[in-house]
Design a protein around this ligand. Structure first.
Ligand SMILES: [Fe+2]
Ligand SMILES: [Fe+2]
Length: 312
């Protein structure tokens, strides 16, 4: 029988073989929707359960019917992007309004739920580090209420929004589209800066899960070419392809692209006549690894975004 050390070697080998061959694109058109206690309709996009070799992270898409709310629950940090709809987040007994394209950050183990007050379903994306939390035996998920229809006056006792900032430590919880900050340092056609990590930029204090930015790629252009630990890109607009390692992956609006853990070289391409927009998720554990990764650096072949074919 193999000893524990033989098993460790086998695990290392399995990772070396699996990561390069794992799926890289979760296609929005072929999601498996289910009803859960938390969401009337939810589907995992990038997740261990859907075959992706994640770094302890996941991306879920969910829908809240008109006149409904999600369950009320608590777990680790969560980064949310509202793709469609209007309503409010109830977080620790306080309201934070959202509209289409609002980003919301839920602090570690805060009680929260989303309430749809609009006339269309709310569609949202959620980034979590749940598999990592489970892996280190800190996965704590508490279901306080189930998803369901809003009862008359159920939220009257939750005061209207007073601020987008959390009373506990002043960090930011919500940011609307008109508040996005256009970065003047970009390796893309344009970059909007969303959630920061330390409270210095935009007021967000995202440690485990963040929606860091939106990249805009101009028609017939490509991003810089580089390598770093795990990140996700969700296509908000347009279609294109990404080179990750030595393979190419095409994607379109509603798809999510997985740049896997490790240091796989990658680059994003927009061969179309329209702009592409990509929402970027990142997970804090990557910084924990880059701090100890000897010789770590972002390798840049092309330092800036450039035309699709440099020789054109
Ligand atoms: Fe949640
Ligand atoms: Fe990247």
């Amino acid at each position: 029988m193999a000893d524990f050390y033989e098993n460790w070697l086998a695990q290392s080998e399995r990772i070396e073989l699996e990561v390069p061959e794992a799926p890289r694109v979760a296609h929005g058109k072929s999601l498996e929707w289910v009803q859960t206690r938390q969401d009337a309709k939810a589907a995992l996009m990038i997740a261990p359960e859907t075959g992706f070799t994640t770094g302890g992270s996941l991306l879920m898409k969910a829908e809240i019917p008109v006149g409904w709310h999600t369950g009320l629950h608590a777990h680790g940090e969560e980064a949310i992007y509202v793709e469609q709809g209007d309503g409010f987040l109830v977080l620790d007994g306080q309201r934070y309004e959202f509209h289409a394209r609002t980003v919301l950050h839920v602090p570690y183990r805060s009680k929260h739920q989303l309430v749809n007050t609009g006339s269309t379903p709310v569609v949202y994306l959620s980034g979590l580090a749940w598999p990592l939390e489970v892996g280190v035996n800190l996965g704590h998920m508490e279901q306080i209420e189930e998803a369901g229809a809003n009862a008359d006056g159920a939220y009257d006792s939750v005061p209207a929004e007073e601020s987008q900032y959390w009373p506990e430590d002043g960090r930011r919880i919500a940011m609307h589209e008109h508040q996005y900050e256009l970065s003047n340092e970009t390796k893309h056609g344009a970059t909007y800066f969303l959630m920061g990590r330390n409270g210095n930029k935009n007021g967000f204090k995202a440690t485990a899960a963040a929606i860091s930015s939106i990249f805009v790629e101009l028609p017939h252009s490509k991003s810089h070419s580089h390598a770093h630990p795990e990140a996700y890109l969700y296509a908000l607009q347009g279609r294109g392809y990404s080179k990750i390692g030595d393979k190419e992956y095409t994607w379109e609006q509603g798809d999510a692209v997985h740049v896997p853990p490790g240091m796989m070289h990658h680059q994003h391409f927009n061969p179309s006549d329209g702009e592409t927009r990509e929402l970027r998720f990142e997970f804090g554990v990557r910084y924990w690894f880059t701090e100890q990764w000897k010789g770590y650096r972002t390798i840049d072949k092309d330092l800036k975004h450039s035309p699709l074919h440099d020789d054109e």
